[in-house]
Write a protein that binds this ligand. Sequence first.
Ligand code: ATR
Length: 272
Amino acid sequence: TDRYAVIGNPVSHSQSPFIHTEFARQTGEDIQYDRLYADLDKFDEVVGQFIKDGAKGLNITLPFKGNAYRMATELTERARAAEAVNTLTFKDGKIYGDNTDGVGLVRDIVSNLDFPIAGQRVLILGAGGAVRGVLGPILAEKPASLTIANRTLIKAEALAHQFSAHGKIEAVGYEVLAGRQFDIIINATSTSLSNELPPIPAGVFAARTLAYDMVYSKGLTPFLRRAQTENAGMLADGLGMLVEQAAESFRIWRGIQPDTRKVTNELRDLLA
Ligand code: ATR
C-alpha cells in the first residue's frame, strides 16, 4: 500500500481523501490517503516525518502551497510560474513539485462544462495566490482577451507583468468594468469564503456568460447569486475544479487518468 495525504491548516474539511480513495477504488490502485495537519511553523517538520514514514506523495492546501514550492528540489514549469505547489512526489530522494490547479480549472470549464476558453473574453476577479496558480493554463488556451480586476490594482498589475511572457493581460480596478461584457467571469477572490461579494459593477454578465466561482458550496455563493440575478447564461462552482486538480495529481502519481464525472456527482450528493 502506497501512502499519500493532503496537508493543510485547517485540513479537516478537505474532500481530497474521499476523492483519491474513490479514484483508487475505480482504478484498482492500492493506496492509502489521509489528512495531515501541520502547525503553521511546522510544515517542513511534518512533511519530513511523512517522507521518513515512506510516503509517496502529498497534496498541499492552504496555507502551505508556498512552503511546498520552496521545499521542492525539482519543479515543473507550471509550478514555477505559479510560485506555488499543490502536488509533491517523493522519489529517489528527490522532491518533485507540480501545480495542477490551473489544468484542473481549465478541464472543468472546457471538458466538463463544454465551454471553450479559446477566443473568449475572460475576466478574473482577484489577484492573490489562487489567481497566480491558474493564469498560465488559462493563457495557454488562447482567450481573445484576459482581464484581471482587483480591489488593490497594483497586485493585478504585478501579475499581468509577471505573466507577460505567457500572454497579454489587462489589469484593471472594478469600476472600469461598468458596462463591459465578458464571456467567462471567474471569481478567484476569497469573498465567497466570508459570504461577501466582490464590487462588480452592473452590466458585465451577458446572456451567454459563464459565471464560475472557484469556491464550492452547498448552495449558490454570493457571486453566483449575483450572476443569476443578472441573468448570466451558465453558473458553476469550483467542485469540478477540485476533482479535476485531484485527478491530475493522481495521474502524476499513478500514471492512470481516473473518471472524474462520477466522483464529482458523488461529492455533489455528499454535500447536499
Ligand atoms: P491568496 O493569495 O491566498 O489567494 P489573498 O492574497 O488574500 O489570498 O487574495 C485574496 C483575494 O481576494 C485578493 O485578490 C483580494 O483583493 P485585494 O488584493 O484587493 O485584497 C480579494 N478580496 C478579498 N475580499 C474582497 C472583497 N470584499 N472584495 C473584493 N476583493 C476581495
